[in-house]
Design a protein around this ligand. Structure first.
Ligand code: DC
Length: 231
């Protein structure tokens, strides 16, 4: 067993933008007592730092050097909507990491192998400390290939755009549904066609299409799969 297996009770949840990973992973972790980690937050933090430091999004060595100068911490916080706070250099980033400019930049930095290597090492170190529900794009395929439970969440592009647009509206961010839909389709394309760790379901993942499902039902389905495997 490798260090990051931690008794191998890990749950890997992968899927495209707004497929419900964050909501369902958070809910599942609250029910099972696992630590919840949204790895997308780490990539978003790098994109945010690149924008604020004026480092080009494809300047791989510059971005790695930049990371060495900043402390990124993800603190579980069930009282917030994503279920965690991202602290950069001790300051809470709040909802800033979910702004459209960060969303537009994140796929570019997430495609860089040196950035991925750095963040995957951090994710495995967290998993080595205890059982996690980890959400992302490459958790079941790369980060925790031996995770005991693997899920791949999907939903139609229209439904995912509707969810993301509603989130922006609630925050008073004025973007059209068409723009949100186009950005999601473009991020899907970038995330699935990149050379390093592209978004795809692990062969042993259980796929759940959440288009017409409530989060409670998605989580109930996940728990049923987990209980059946444990029986
Ligand atoms: O899940 P999210 O939308 O917050 O993820 C933000 C971006 O980070 C997304 O464009 C893909 C990338 N990402 C990744 O490449 N690998 C992960 N494990 C998690 C996110």
């Amino acid at each position: 067993m490798k260090d990051h297996d931690a008794g191998n009770d890990h749950v890997a949840i992968d899927g495209p933008v707004s497929s419900g990973k964050t909501t369902n992973a958070q809910l599942l972790a609250a029910q099972t007592g696992h630590l919840y980690l949204d790895t997308g937050a780490m990539y978003r933090a790098v994109a945010f730092l690149a924008l604020t430091n004026g480092v080009d999004l494809d300047n791989e060595s510059g971005l790695v050097a930049m990371l060495g100068h900043h402390a990124i911490a993800i603190i579980p916080d069930p009282d917030t909507t994503p279920g965690y706070r991202v602290m950069i250099d001790g300051k809470n980033t709040g909802e800033r990491l979910f702004d459209p400019d960060v969303a537009a930049a994140v796929s570019t930095v997430a495609a860089l192998p040196a950035i991925r290597a750095e963040l995957v090492a951090r994710q495995r170190a967290i998993a080595a400390a205890g059982p996690v529900v980890m959400a992302g794009r490459d958790i079941g395929t790369v980060v925790l290939p031996d995770a005991r439970f693997k899920f791949f969440l999907t939903a139609s592009v229209d439904e995912r755009a509707r969810r993301r647009h509603a989130e922006f509206q609630m925050r008073g961010i004025d973007v059209s549904f068409e723009d949100v839909r186009a950005q999601i389709a473009e991020r899907d394309r970038l995330d699935s066609t990149r050379t390093h760790s592209p978004l795809r379901a692990a062969p042993d993942a259980v796929t759940i299409d959440s288009t017409d499902m409530l989060p409670e039902d998605v989580v109930a389905k996940m728990r049923a799969v987990m209980e059946a495997a444990r029986a």
